[in-house]
Design a protein around this ligand. Structure first.
Ligand code: FE2
Length: 129
């Protein structure tokens, strides 16, 4: 099962674990901002050979059976160049910001993918006032 391949850990000790930053309590129907990043406490490498490729963000509304996809964020610049690996002018950092409106509270789930260390997840609960 794919779930068995998705690792989790304390982001303060494990550089692959994504970090979800948003308010603990939001107002239903009002826009707020969610930041998701990898490497907040311990920087993850960002090279052609070793980097974070993407982060998926999901929302699981409280009391519901299924999760909903908020968005996929692909980080595609990792120093690639015709001159060779790590010679390129762009290194996309694995950080994203998205504005969201929710009808009720629930749990955000972030899944990140390192090109050589696989899948990592974390979650954050949000209450709706
Ligand atoms: Fe990695």
């Amino acid at each position: 099962m794919i779930g068995e391949l998705i690792k989790t850990a304390d982001w303060k000790k494990e550089k692959h674990a994504p970090v979800i930053d948003c308010p603990d309590t939001i107002t239903a129907g009002e826009e707020f901002v969610v930041d998701v990043s990898v490497g907040k406490e311990i920087a993850h490498p960002n090279t052609t050979e070793h980097h974070i490729s993407w982060i998926d963000l999901y929302f699981h509304p409280e009391g519901e059976k299924f999760a909903y996809h908020v968005g996929r964020f692909e980080f595609t610049g990792h120093g690639e160049s015709a001159k060779g690996a790590n010679e390129g002018p762009v290194n996309t950092e694995p950080k994203l910001t998205v504005a969201v409106k929710l009808k009720k509270g629930g749990v955000f789930h972030a899944v990140s993918f390192c090109n050589i260390h696989g899948l990592w997840e974390s979650e954050k609960a949000v209450a709706a006032a």
